[in-house]
Unconditional design. Structure first.
Length: 229
């Protein structure tokens, strides 16, 4: 699937993301009008990712966030009471999308070879659309408090587990040669991370996300002894 086709057909609109986030956090959000809340949550989280990716989450103050989002401090406190609240919802934001879309895309695909290709493409395409969130999660995890660090690690392991399951299925079906499944899935994850952490490098070389996905599948094909399709 081409990136533009994915972007046009997969439902990852900001409105839906923040509607889900609003519904999950109604007990802490003091604004009850849904459309207003959705609009301002988008402003808050876009601003938080912008500031965090420029100078780090720990260095960001709520006053910085208020200014970048264009909301008064009083308005900001209607949505979050602290940076811990903000971080918890930032982690939720990505999980809502990544978990749902990845699982939806591979559902009903029987061939492990096809499932692997779709999972790789979906992860890369999601990270292209949501690059600030993926970058934030990778760069900031080490600074999170214990509870949030655990959630961030669980998010990373969730995608690795998907690859592990696909590899196990492919080996059992005779489509893949026997390999170290844990190590292979970890390397797949690392190659996926390289795309959103070092986009500047690939932009400089005029490498598109479709080309990177194709190259990654060629590497995996050689490792797993896949025939070209």
């Amino acid at each position: 699937m081409k990136f533009k086709t994915f972007e046009n057909t997969v439902d990852i609109s900001k409105e839906d993301i923040y509607r889900d986030l609003f519904k999950e956090n109604q007990s802490r959000i003091r604004i009850k009008k849904e459309e207003t809340a959705i609009k301002n949550l988008a402003r808050i989280f876009d601003a938080a990712l912008t500031i965090s990716n420029e100078k780090g989450f720990s260095a960001m103050s709520l006053r910085d966030l208020s200014s970048e989002a264009g909301l008064s401090m009083g308005a900001l406190y209607s949505y979050i009471s602290s940076k811990d609240d903000l971080l918890d919802m930032l982690l939720q934001q990505g999980r809502i999308v990544v978990f749902r879309v990845l699982l939806e895309q591979i559902a009903g695909v029987d061939s492990p070879r096809d499932r692997l290709k779709i999972a790789v493409q979906t992860h890369l395409y999601l990270s292209e659309i949501m690059q600030p969130w993926f970058y934030f999660l990778y760069m900031e995890t080490k600074n999170f408090r214990k509870e949030d660090h655990k959630k961030a690690i669980e998010s990373e392991l969730f995608t690795e587990n998907i690859f592990q399951e696909i590899l196990d299925q492919g080996i059992s079906a005779g489509q893949f040669r026997p390999v170290d499944v844990l190590l292979t899935s970890a390397v797949i994850k690392a190659m996926l991370q390289d795309w959103y952490l070092k986009r500047w490098k690939y932009e400089r070389r005029n490498v598109s996300v479709e080309e990177y996905a194709g190259f990654l599948m060629e590497v995996l094909g050689s490792h797993l002894h896949l025939e070209k399709t």
